[in-house]
Design a protein. Structure first.
Length: 215
Protein backbone atom coordinates (compact mmCIF):
# COMPACT_ATOMS: atom_id res chain seq x y z
CA UNK A 1 0.00 0.00 0.00
CA UNK A 2 1.41 3.37 -1.03
CA UNK A 3 2.15 5.92 1.67
CA UNK A 4 -0.23 8.94 1.57
CA UNK A 5 2.79 11.25 1.28
CA UNK A 6 3.83 9.44 -1.91
CA UNK A 7 0.32 9.78 -3.30
CA UNK A 8 0.25 13.54 -2.80
CA UNK A 9 3.51 14.04 -4.63
CA UNK A 10 2.99 11.64 -7.49
CA UNK A 11 -0.72 11.99 -8.14
CA UNK A 12 -1.38 15.56 -7.05
CA UNK A 13 -3.31 16.97 -4.13
CA UNK A 14 -6.71 15.48 -3.33
CA UNK A 15 -7.84 18.80 -1.88
CA UNK A 16 -7.59 22.30 -3.28
CA UNK A 17 -7.68 23.61 0.30
CA UNK A 18 -4.58 21.59 1.16
CA UNK A 19 -2.87 22.59 -2.08
CA UNK A 20 -3.47 26.29 -1.41
CA UNK A 21 -2.22 26.04 2.18
CA UNK A 22 0.90 24.13 1.12
CA UNK A 23 1.56 26.76 -1.51
CA UNK A 24 1.44 29.55 1.10
CA UNK A 25 3.65 27.69 3.59
CA UNK A 26 6.20 26.97 0.85
CA UNK A 27 6.67 30.73 0.39
CA UNK A 28 8.33 30.91 3.81
CA UNK A 29 12.17 31.07 3.82
CA UNK A 30 13.88 27.66 3.65
CA UNK A 31 10.54 25.85 3.39
CA UNK A 32 10.13 23.66 0.33
CA UNK A 33 6.97 21.93 -0.86
CA UNK A 34 7.69 18.73 1.10
CA UNK A 35 8.37 20.59 4.36
CA UNK A 36 5.29 22.75 3.75
CA UNK A 37 3.17 19.62 3.29
CA UNK A 38 4.44 18.16 6.57
CA UNK A 39 3.51 21.37 8.39
CA UNK A 40 0.06 21.37 6.83
CA UNK A 41 -0.50 17.75 7.84
CA UNK A 42 0.55 18.64 11.38
CA UNK A 43 -2.07 21.40 11.52
CA UNK A 44 -4.72 19.13 10.06
CA UNK A 45 -4.11 16.61 12.83
CA UNK A 46 -4.47 19.18 15.63
CA UNK A 47 -7.74 20.10 17.33
CA UNK A 48 -9.56 23.34 16.53
CA UNK A 49 -8.36 25.07 19.72
CA UNK A 50 -4.74 24.58 18.61
CA UNK A 51 -5.29 25.96 15.11
CA UNK A 52 -7.30 28.88 16.51
CA UNK A 53 -4.38 29.81 18.79
CA UNK A 54 -1.97 29.46 15.87
CA UNK A 55 -4.03 31.74 13.64
CA UNK A 56 -4.63 34.25 16.44
CA UNK A 57 -0.91 34.47 17.24
CA UNK A 58 -0.12 35.41 13.64
CA UNK A 59 -2.97 37.92 13.43
CA UNK A 60 -2.01 39.59 16.72
CA UNK A 61 1.61 39.81 15.62
CA UNK A 62 0.71 41.43 12.30
CA UNK A 63 -1.71 43.88 13.89
CA UNK A 64 0.24 44.95 16.98
CA UNK A 65 3.95 44.43 16.37
CA UNK A 66 5.83 47.74 16.31
CA UNK A 67 9.25 49.07 15.42
CA UNK A 68 11.07 50.42 18.46
CA UNK A 69 11.16 54.21 18.18
CA UNK A 70 14.69 54.26 19.58
CA UNK A 71 16.67 51.38 18.08
CA UNK A 72 14.28 50.07 15.36
CA UNK A 73 14.18 46.57 16.80
CA UNK A 74 10.80 44.80 16.69
CA UNK A 75 8.72 45.34 19.80
CA UNK A 76 5.30 44.98 21.39
CA UNK A 77 5.55 48.58 22.61
CA UNK A 78 6.85 51.91 21.34
CA UNK A 79 10.13 51.18 23.14
CA UNK A 80 11.55 47.66 23.05
CA UNK A 81 12.44 45.72 26.19
CA UNK A 82 16.17 46.15 25.58
CA UNK A 83 16.05 49.94 25.29
CA UNK A 84 13.69 50.12 28.28
CA UNK A 85 15.96 48.00 30.48
CA UNK A 86 17.79 50.33 32.94
CA UNK A 87 20.56 47.75 33.32
CA UNK A 88 21.61 48.09 29.68
CA UNK A 89 24.41 50.56 28.89
CA UNK A 90 22.90 53.34 26.81
CA UNK A 91 26.29 54.82 25.93
CA UNK A 92 27.33 51.71 23.96
CA UNK A 93 25.50 50.94 20.73
CA UNK A 94 25.90 47.74 18.75
CA UNK A 95 25.12 48.60 15.14
CA UNK A 96 23.55 45.71 13.21
CA UNK A 97 21.94 45.23 9.84
CA UNK A 98 18.76 43.37 10.78
CA UNK A 99 16.64 42.25 13.72
CA UNK A 100 17.96 38.72 13.15
CA UNK A 101 21.41 39.98 14.14
CA UNK A 102 20.05 41.37 17.43
CA UNK A 103 18.67 37.93 18.25
CA UNK A 104 21.96 36.24 17.34
CA UNK A 105 23.97 38.57 19.59
CA UNK A 106 21.49 38.36 22.47
CA UNK A 107 21.78 34.57 22.41
CA UNK A 108 25.50 34.88 23.22
CA UNK A 109 24.66 36.59 26.56
CA UNK A 110 27.93 38.50 26.18
CA UNK A 111 26.57 41.96 25.37
CA UNK A 112 24.96 44.39 27.82
CA UNK A 113 24.65 47.58 25.81
CA UNK A 114 21.90 48.64 23.42
CA UNK A 115 21.42 48.34 19.66
CA UNK A 116 20.78 50.28 16.50
CA UNK A 117 19.20 48.35 13.65
CA UNK A 118 20.10 49.91 10.30
CA UNK A 119 17.64 47.85 8.28
CA UNK A 120 20.24 47.30 5.57
CA UNK A 121 23.68 48.37 4.42
CA UNK A 122 24.97 50.81 1.84
CA UNK A 123 25.06 49.12 -1.56
CA UNK A 124 25.65 51.48 -4.50
CA UNK A 125 25.23 48.66 -7.03
CA UNK A 126 21.70 48.07 -5.74
CA UNK A 127 20.94 51.76 -5.41
CA UNK A 128 20.94 51.73 -1.59
CA UNK A 129 22.47 54.87 -0.11
CA UNK A 130 23.02 56.12 3.43
CA UNK A 131 19.61 57.83 3.48
CA UNK A 132 17.88 54.56 2.62
CA UNK A 133 18.92 52.90 5.90
CA UNK A 134 18.85 54.19 9.48
CA UNK A 135 22.25 55.95 9.34
CA UNK A 136 20.94 59.53 9.84
CA UNK A 137 19.01 58.29 12.89
CA UNK A 138 22.19 56.65 14.20
CA UNK A 139 24.18 59.87 13.88
CA UNK A 140 21.43 61.73 15.75
CA UNK A 141 21.54 59.17 18.60
CA UNK A 142 25.30 59.56 18.89
CA UNK A 143 24.89 63.33 19.17
CA UNK A 144 21.94 63.39 21.56
CA UNK A 145 22.47 60.36 23.82
CA UNK A 146 26.12 60.73 24.79
CA UNK A 147 27.17 57.56 22.98
CA UNK A 148 30.82 56.70 23.66
CA UNK A 149 31.23 53.53 21.56
CA UNK A 150 29.79 52.12 18.38
CA UNK A 151 30.32 48.39 17.95
CA UNK A 152 30.02 47.73 14.23
CA UNK A 153 28.57 44.22 14.11
CA UNK A 154 27.77 44.21 10.42
CA UNK A 155 28.34 41.14 8.27
CA UNK A 156 31.93 41.23 6.97
CA UNK A 157 31.10 41.86 3.34
CA UNK A 158 32.16 44.62 0.96
CA UNK A 159 28.82 46.36 1.57
CA UNK A 160 29.21 45.99 5.32
CA UNK A 161 32.73 47.41 5.24
CA UNK A 162 31.56 50.31 3.07
CA UNK A 163 28.83 51.09 5.60
CA UNK A 164 31.26 50.98 8.53
CA UNK A 165 33.65 53.31 6.71
CA UNK A 166 30.86 55.79 5.92
CA UNK A 167 29.59 55.85 9.51
CA UNK A 168 33.11 56.23 10.91
CA UNK A 169 33.67 59.31 8.75
CA UNK A 170 30.37 60.80 9.91
CA UNK A 171 31.16 60.42 13.63
CA UNK A 172 34.91 61.01 13.60
CA UNK A 173 34.53 64.45 15.21
CA UNK A 174 31.94 63.40 17.80
CA UNK A 175 34.29 61.79 20.31
CA UNK A 176 32.94 58.27 19.86
CA UNK A 177 35.13 55.20 19.48
CA UNK A 178 34.47 52.71 16.67
CA UNK A 179 35.12 49.02 17.24
CA UNK A 180 34.51 45.95 15.11
CA UNK A 181 34.15 42.25 15.81
CA UNK A 182 37.47 40.46 16.19
CA UNK A 183 38.59 37.71 13.84
CA UNK A 184 36.43 34.65 13.94
CA UNK A 185 33.46 35.68 11.80
CA UNK A 186 34.38 34.66 8.26
CA UNK A 187 34.36 37.23 5.46
CA UNK A 188 31.09 37.18 3.57
CA UNK A 189 29.20 35.33 6.31
CA UNK A 190 25.99 36.43 8.02
CA UNK A 191 25.93 36.92 11.79
CA UNK A 192 22.75 34.91 12.29
CA UNK A 193 24.51 31.79 10.99
CA UNK A 194 27.62 32.22 13.15
CA UNK A 195 27.68 29.93 16.17
CA UNK A 196 27.07 31.56 19.57
CA UNK A 197 30.54 30.84 20.96
CA UNK A 198 32.38 32.35 17.99
CA UNK A 199 30.10 35.37 17.83
CA UNK A 200 30.28 35.96 21.59
CA UNK A 201 34.06 35.68 21.60
CA UNK A 202 34.35 38.04 18.62
CA UNK A 203 32.12 40.56 20.40
CA UNK A 204 33.98 40.49 23.71
CA UNK A 205 37.37 40.64 21.96
CA UNK A 206 36.31 43.48 19.64
CA UNK A 207 39.06 45.65 18.23
CA UNK A 208 39.40 49.36 17.32
CA UNK A 209 38.35 50.15 13.78
CA UNK A 210 41.06 51.30 11.41
CA UNK A 211 39.73 53.59 8.69
CA UNK A 212 42.85 52.95 6.69
CA UNK A 213 41.79 49.35 6.12
CA UNK A 214 39.36 50.52 3.42
CA UNK A 215 40.39 52.77 0.57
Amino acid sequence: MSHPFYYFYTMGYSSKLIERTVEEFSKLPSIGKKSAFRLVLHLINQDKAYTDRFIDAIQQMKEHLKECSTCYNLSDNETCAICANPARKKTVLCVVETVRDVIAIEETEQYHGTYHVLGGVISPLEGVGAEDVKIPELIERVKSQGVTELIMALSPTIEGDTTIFYISKKVQDLGVSITTLSRGVAFGSELEYTDEFTLGRSLVARVPYNQGSIK
